[in-house]
Each structure stands twice: as structure tokens, then as C-alpha cells.
Write a protein that binds this ligand. Structure first.
Ligand SMILES: [Zn+2]
Length: 314
């Protein structure tokens, strides 16, 4: 009693198969067998569609999940590799991100990325590492006083996960034959702490001319230095949950996002997102989407560009 049990949304194909089996067992007359055959064909077609969606090479899918105060995103790269960028606070990996991964038929995370070691970003990510295989874990490196985080890294290293210090200044770039690119733009290296907002990993995913930028909780100092090297992005995960300490006008002018995703809790004592930040985002020409009002936000990127939709309005 009380033990957690992970269940997968069975999907329409499984349900069709189940119906078919029940009918076979019932040994109905021939016309029923015809229905069984039709059900089986339907199941195969739907199963093939699910597999195609999971592994298709002509589309990148990004999901910005609604995890209250915190960040969590899933990126299914063309060809099937998977990145998870932050996992939200305690419980959010197990209860929000994990179920979505299973729904997307994902069993392994190739790149588990922790933007920085603060309680609204990393605990959920490492919950996922207990349930899913993890190829590489990227984090911002530096001095890390968080014993729980350090222990989790040691366990992962023992189980074969490659731990990548993405704050060392060495270029971190992954790419696929399908033309996708995943890379770390920030921090530039040097000493610092793994829980420093301004050393949050800034990650860019690009495919077919569309760029998506995740900025963790960077603040104005980091933005100022990054603005000189950052390219325009179509979709921006707004830094620091829409806090007034981030999203400076100069940074937004450099990024010029068409869509701005604010990952924020409906009930927060910080008054986030800040009205001035929302005004600056509008001024920069961005359409604002918020996880507190819109729920999860999905972005499907193809050669035709990005299609961005809030889950609640799907
Ligand atoms: Zn945060």
C-alpha cells in the first residue's frame, strides 16, 4: 500500500488490440472475426503512427511543462534523441515530467540538463534519473555545496551516466544528421557556484532555421554579456520566471523572440511575472504564453517554422 506505480497512457492502439482479443475469445460468428481483423489492422496503423511520431526526423517537439514555481522542459529532437532541461521542484519530476515522457513513449533521456542547482530546477530532474535511463547529465559545475545533489551525481556516475561540467567554458555541442543542434551558450567558464542564477546554463536548440532559447534564471549581468553573442531566437523561455531582475530591454532586443514562455506558479509570493517584464516582452514583439494560465505549452518545429500552442487551448 502506498507504493508508487508508474502507469503509461495505453493509447488507442492498445485499446484496439484489447477489443480484438476479447472478440476472439468470445468466438463469435464470422462477421465478428471480420471486425477483429479490422481492429487488428487499426491497431497496427495506430501503433505505427505512434512509433513514427516518436522517431520522426522532420520535426522537433518542445514541451514547456506547468510545474508551479520552477522550470521543466522536454525536447524531442528529430530522429528521436531526448533532452530534458530542468525538472522543477521536489515531486514535479515524478508527478509531471515523468508521466509526460511516458506519454510521449520516451524511456531514456539522452541529455538531462540542470540549469543551476536551486530547489525549483534540480530536484525534479534527478527524480527522473531514478525512473529513466540517462545518457549525459549537464550541470553548471563550479563549487557545489549541495550534498544531496553531489550524492545524486555520484550515484549517476556509478550507473554509467556521463557527467558533463557545462560551466567549464569548453564548448558543449550535440548535433544530429537530421540537422538539429543543441548547445550551451552560457556560462563562459571561470570560477563560481553551481547555484548562482547568473551561471545558469543557457541552452539553444535549433532545427530547420528555428531557434529556441532556455535561459534558466540568468539576471541582468549575465544577459548584458550574453547579448553580444546571442542570435535571434523564435521562442524564448523567459529568464527567472519573469522576475524584474532579468529580461532587460537590451537582451530582449538581441533575442527578438516571436514567442516568450514564462514558467511561473499561479500562486507565488514574489508577484511573478513582473508587470514591467511583461511590458518589455510585448515591446520586443513577443507573444506571451504563461504556464500558470496556459498549462503546458507545446512547440512543434518543422521546415515550415514553429507551431506554438498552449495545452489548455488545444
Ligand atoms: Zn528558478
Amino acid at each position: 500500500p502506498g507504493a508508487p506505480l508508474a502507469v503509461v497512457d495505453p493509447g488507442a492502439s492498445f485499446c484496439w488490440l484489447l477489443v480484438g482479443l476479447v472478440l476472439v475469445v468470445a468466438r463469435k460468428p464470422p462477421r465478428w472475426r471480420l471486425l477483429v481483423a479490422a481492429g487488428a489492422v487499426g491497431a497496427v496503423l495506430l501503433g505505427s503512427h505512434a512509433a513514427w511520431m516518436r522517431w520522426r526526423s522532420d520535426r522537433l517537439d518542445a514541451v514547456f511543462l506547468s510545474v508551479g514555481h520552477g522550470d521543466a522542459s522536454i525536447v524531442r529532437l528529430p530522429g528521436g534523441r531526448v533532452a530534458v532541461i530542468d525538472g522543477g521542484g521536489r515531486g514535479r519530476g515524478r508527478l509531471v515530467v515523468g508521466p509526460m515522457l511516458r506519454r510521449m513513449r520516451i524511456a531514456r533521456i539522452d541529455y538531462l540538463i540542470v540549469s543551476h542547482v536551486q530547489s525549483d530546477h534540480w530536484p525534479g530532474a534527478l527524480e527522473l534519473a531514478r525512473e529513466f535511463g540517462v545518457g549525459e547529465l549537464w550541470y553548471s559545475g563550479g563549487a557545489c555545496s549541495n550534498a544531496d545533489f553531489r550524492e545524486a551525481l555520484a550515484r549517476l556516475r556509478e550507473s554509467g551516466t556521463r557527467i558533463v561540467d557545462a560551466g567549464s567554458g569548453d564548448p558543449i555541442v550535440r548535433s544530429g544528421l537530421q540537422g538539429w543542434l543543441l548547445r550551451v551558450l552560457w556560462p563562459p567558464g571561470g570560477s563560481g557556484s553551481c547555484d548562482d542564477n547568473d551561471r545558469s546554463l543557457v541552452v539553444e536548440a535549433s532545427f530547420a532555421g528555428t531557434r529556441i532559447l532556455w535561459t534558466g534564471d540568468i539576471e541582468e549581468t549575465a544577459e548584458h554579456r550574453l547579448a553580444r553573442r546571442v542570435a535571434r531566437a523564435d521562442i524564448l523561455k523567459v529568464a527567472h520566471h519573469g522576475s524584474h531582475t532579468s529580461s532587460s530591454a537590451a537582451f530582449l532586443a538581441a533575442v527578438a523572440p516571436s514567442y516568450a514562455v514564462v514558467s511561473v506558479s499561479k500562486y507565488n509570493r514574489f508577484g511573478l511575472p513582473d508587470e514591467k517584464v511583461l511590458a518589455r516582452l510585448r515591446q520586443a514583439g513577443a507573444r506571451i504564453l504563461r504556464t500558470d494560465r496556459d498549462g503546458a505549452i507545446t512547440a512543434a518545429v518543422t521546415a515550415a517554422g514553429p507551431s506554438v500552442n498552449p495545452a489548455k487551448r488545444l
